[in-house]
Design a protein around this ligand. Structure first.
Ligand SMILES: Cc1cc2nc3c(=O)[nH]c(=O)nc-3n(C[C@H](O)[C@H](O)[C@H](O)COP(=O)(O)O)c2cc1C
Length: 220
């Protein structure tokens, strides 16, 4: 049984939505690290994101929310009830309302379609509605868009959202930490998301920190 939010012994929930931009690995890694850090994680995965995950990774995920929660839990070693998943039109989910929503939401990766929908308040599916709630309630909302090049439409949407307090954190890893692997590039972006959420991590040193003080563990 996945529903234990009222008696949860986990750290506060973080909502993570994966949409259909390239970079599914960022979102999947973020879920794993949040689980390792002891947070409850509320997950939504768009239909297009399922296609991207199937294209870009070896991960097979079912669409049905309870089965998805079970699959993600097995992947990340989550405790029972630590990961909850919500469907596209599950309007009764806590994220659909200001009274139930988590204090932080991350859309990672964020497609330009979802970017547009959130910027205009469309709320046509639960991901868009949850982001709309986060904005109206002035909660932390981090969006990780990936497109190249960006059009003026994308840039205007990002500016609109940034002015509303949303953190626009592009999936644009740096190279100054001398990445040795794709995992290092993924962790660069995930570390920045965790910084925005004020969640401590050991993924990589902060600028000015002694490199040797950070173990390069893959368990967060
Ligand atoms: C393999 C694949 C890669 C894609 N990459 C991107 C991308 O990097 N950025 C983007 O904005 N859309 C990308 N798309 C297109 C989106 O998935 C599409 O616009 C979709 O409608 C987004 O829906 P969603 O926002 O509900 O997930 C990609 C689609 C596929 C199948």
């Amino acid at each position: 049984m996945m529903d234990n939010a009222k008696t949860s012994s986990f750290k506060p929930p973080v909502t993570v939505a994966l949409t259909g931009a390239s970079g599914a690995q960022y979102g999947l890694r973020l879920i794993d690290v949040l689980v390792s850090a002891g947070h409850e994680v509320w997950v939504m995965i768009s239909k297009a994101a399922h296609m991207v995950i199937a294209t870009e990774t070896e991960v097979t995920l079912p669409a049905q929310p309870d089965r998805l929660a079970a699959a993600l839990s097995e992947r990340s070693g989550a405790a029972a009830g630590q990961i909850r998943c919500f469907g596209r039109e599950d309007w009764m989910a806590p994220v659909a309302s200001g009274s139930g929503a988590a204090s932080a939401m991350v859309i990672c990766p964020c497609s330009t379609g979802t970017l547009s929908a959130v910027a205009t308040g469309a709320s046509n599916n639960l991901i868009e509605r949850a982001a709309d709630v986060a904005i109206k309630e002035r909660r932390t909302l981090v969006m990780v868009p990936r497109e190249s090049p960006f059009s003026a439409i994308h840039l205007e949407h990002m500016l609109t959202l940034s002015r509303l307090g949303t953190v626009i954190l592009p999936a644009a890893p740096g190279f100054y930490h001398r990445p040795q692997s794709i995992d290092d590039l993924i962790d660069f972006v995930v570390a920045r998301i965790l910084n925005q959420l004020r969640i401590d991590h050991q993924l990589m040193p902060r600028w000015g920190e002694d490199q040797s003080s950070v173990s390069k563990t893959k368990d967060g």
